[in-house]
Design a protein around this ligand. Structure first.
Ligand code: ADP
Ligand code: MG
Length: 675
């Protein structure tokens, strides 16, 4: 039994109590016997027509009852003499149990029953919980164990109440024991719908406590990281930053200035910065990264900038080189594809400090790369890096006992409350303003039967001096097939549009070739770029004003939003054509509808969260942090602002309760979150 329970992760009394019912059996209405089916759990009422003790290898008490709509047999092994006296012919009885068809007749074995003169029992009604089970475990056994667990928990001191009384009053939440007792044994008049909808105070109490425990745990983790390690104080006079801003062809937006100030303040402290910068595609995050890098360099420290793909890393390298070389700084480029003597020189420069700024892929945190003194790590598009990789990078800066500051940038806008829970170990800055002069992208959905029309759009846009993307989406998760499809598409489009210069990029091309094509497109030497989803993030060509996405029904909302973000970066009015292959599923139709309705990344993210749940949205970073027993970040998100507020209060006012909460809900798991 213990083993079977362990399979469900149930090893303690509390774990049993947190094994919440999936649903409830309703004993509030009496069902007509004539309408019953085998397998039903039902409350029935009838008059006993016959009652007999049947002798055999094992004695059995058998009663036949009728309610006018049908007959049913009650069957008891192991009965008491008292029961034979009670269950007399002519008595009216209410029974609850599982209905079985035995031959032509219906039967209940060992039903619960009450006689009419037993008023309390007769009117008991109410709901019976139905639990998630594992093989070899029955509902009855589960119910018994939960009942026993509740009995144990009711002993004084057994289930400590960890929310301060005043807080419970304020939030109108019952005690944990009362909440669990109600959930496992709702009284006849309990609002079952509210319970199932997770809106009843008893449910809210349990959800709140779990969310709170996680929130507290994440905050403690962050405090621990901060307390254990020191970072260099990077507070330069600002010469490099000044010259950089003077050379920049535009002014920073208000949002960029605000975020830059937040970053600068973090870097000026010896507590390691752990800051997430969120900004919709095109909001100008790269400049923020450059400014941070310049601060590190001016103080004599090195900066490393990492992107998740070669293509993106190449683009960052181009940008950084353009911006920093006029200031007299060399920018090194490191990826898995840089080899031979070039690589050796690069590694030597990074190790002796000759190289101050290095841009690259995850190759930057391989063991062979030793920095002289790394003061800042910038990670772009962080959702593709796991928490492990982030920690590995932190280790890189072990020199002089100082950890590098970390700046993490993501274009996947995560609703703020969710970010603060999923990333409670990070501070969050939001660039909530796009650079001026952008016109919102118009999005349309067109079936692929009207492909010719779409091709004409491309022709018109390019004739007007604009450029266009044509994206072929992933086929069956195969990069090879995807690349082939893109090749075929590029060929066909070249035939249909002979006057256009057509380029092709896909994931199976060599880095240098990809870069050459991207470079040509950015320089305006290509009119149409046929691409696979490799161009998803970060690619920046302001003159491109038309984005065609083939088979958008294959992609998720935020990925589509990212792709669309490749256009609308210049002054021309831009559009995005979602060329779908019908018929669409309901979800796909819904997704495309969302994109047509809004261009606001945060709104898209909110809708995405509703459609997919937080696990997928947050990608690899689910490790530990999202392991909830009862709470669900998407369904219960409305509780988060309150939870965050209370977590801060608890840590300040009731640290011993805060620790106990973490121990109760997370316990040993907190340590795993750190590796
Ligand atoms: P993302 O946030 O998607 O990484 P980028 O940093 O690539 O965005 O910036 C998108 C484009 O906007 C780039 O061409 C960049 O030079 C330009 N840009 C950034 N900030 C500003 C600004 N304040 N004013 C005008 N253009 C800007
Ligand atoms: Mg970017």
């Amino acid at each position: 039994m213990r083993e079977r329970l362990a399979r469900l992760g149930l090893e303690t009394v509390l774990e049993l109590l947190l094994h919440l019912p999936l649903r409830y059996e309703d004993r509030s209405t009496v069902r007509p016997i004539g309408g019953l089916r085998t397998g039903d759990f039902a409350l029935i009422e009838g008059v006993i027509e016959a009652a007999d003790v049947v002798r055999g290898s094992k004695a059995r008490l058998v009663c036949r009852i009728s309610d006018g709509t049908g007959h049913l047999t009650l069957s008891f092994f192991n009965f008491y003499a008292n029961q034979v006296k009670q269950l007399q012919r002519g008595e009216r009885v209410r029974c609850f149990g599982e209905v079985r068809a035995v031959g032509p007749s219906l039967q209940m074995t060992h039903p619960e029953y009450h006689l009419e003169h037993d008023e309390a029992g007769w009117n008991e009604g109410g709901y019976t919980p139905v639990y998630p089970l594992t093989q070899g475990l029955t509902q009855a056994a589960m119910r018994r164990m939960v009942a026993e667990a509740l009995r144990l928990a009711a002993q004084p001191g057994a289930l400590a109440e960890l929310l301060p009384y005043a807080l419970r009053e304020e939030l109108r939440l019952p005690s944990l024991y009362d909440a669990l007792a109600l959930i496992h044994h709702p009284p006849a008049d309990a609002p079952i719908e509210a319970l199932m909808a997770r809106e009843h105070p008893a449910m809210l109490r349990v959800l709140f406590e779990e969310l709170l425990a996680h929130q507290i745990s994440l905050r403690q983790l962050r405090e621990q990281v901060r307390a254990e390690s020191r970072a260099p104080v990077l507070r330069p006079a600002g010469q490099l930053v000044k010259r950089f801003l003077e050379n920049l062809p535009f002014e920073l937006t208000g949002a960029q200035q605000r975020v830059d100030t937040e970053v600068a303040a973090d870097m000026a402290s010896d507590a390691p910065m752990l800051r997430l910068v969120q900004g919709d595609v095109g909001s100008g995050k790269t400049v923020i990264a450059a400014l941070a890098a310049l601060r590190a360099v001016e103080c004599g420290w090195q900066a490393a900038v990492m992107a998740p793909t070669e293509l993106l890393a190449e683009q960052h390298h181009r940008n950084f080189a353009n911006w920093l070389e006029p200031l007299g700084l060399d920018v090194a480029w490191l990826s898995g594809r840089v080899g031979g003597q070039t690589r050796r020189d690069m590694l030597a420069g990074i190790a002796d400090g000759g190289i101050r700024v290095a841009v690259g892929t995850h190759a930057l945190f391989q063991e062979s790369v030793e920095f002289q003194q790394l003061g800042l790590v910038v990670v772009d598009e962080q959702h593709r890096f796991g928490v492990h990789q982030r920690l590995a990078l932190q280790e890189k800066g072990g020199q002089h006992g100082r950890r590098p500051h970390q700046l993490i940038m993501t274009a996947t806008p995560i609703p703020r409350t969710l970010a603060m829970t999923a990333y409670a170990d990070l501070d969050v800055s939001v660039i909530d303003e796009l650079p001026p002069g952008r016109t919102p992208v118009t999005t349309v959905a067109i079936p692929d039967a009207r492909r010719d029309e779409v091709i004409e759009r491309v022709r018109a846009a390019c004739a007007a001096g604009r450029q266009a993307y044509w994206v072929c989406t992933l086929i069956e998760e195969s990069e090879k097939l995807e690349a082939e499809a893109a090749e075929a598409t590029a060929e066909r489009l070249s035939e249909s549009l002979p006057e256009l210069r057509v380029g092709l990029v896909h994931g199976r091309m060599r880095g240098a070739d990809k870069e050459a094509v991207m470079g040509a497109f950015a320089a305006g030497e290509l009119d149409l770029l046929v691409a696979t989803t490799v161009i998803e993030v970060g690619v920046d060509v302001p003159n491109a004003s038309l984005m065609i996405i083939e088979n958008p029904e294959r992609l998720g909302l935020s990925q589509l939003h990212q792709l669309r973000g490749r256009v609308g970066r210049g002054r021309a009015a831009s559009s995005c054509v979602l060329m779908y292959h019908g018929p669409l599923s309901d979800t796909a139709r819904h997704r495309l509808g969302v994109l047509r309705e809004t261009t606001d990344g945060f709104e898209v993210a909110r809708r995405d969260l509703e459609l997919r749940g937080p696990g997928e949205l947050l990608g690899t970073r689910q490790t530990g942090a999202l392991n909830y027993r009862v709470a669900d970040l998407a369904r219960d998100a409305k509780l988060l602002p309150r939870v965050q507020h209370v977590a801060v209060e608890m840590l300040k006012q009731h640290p011993q309760y805060a620790d106990a909460l973490v121990q109760r809900w997370i316990g040993e798991r907190q340590r795993y979150a750190r590796v």
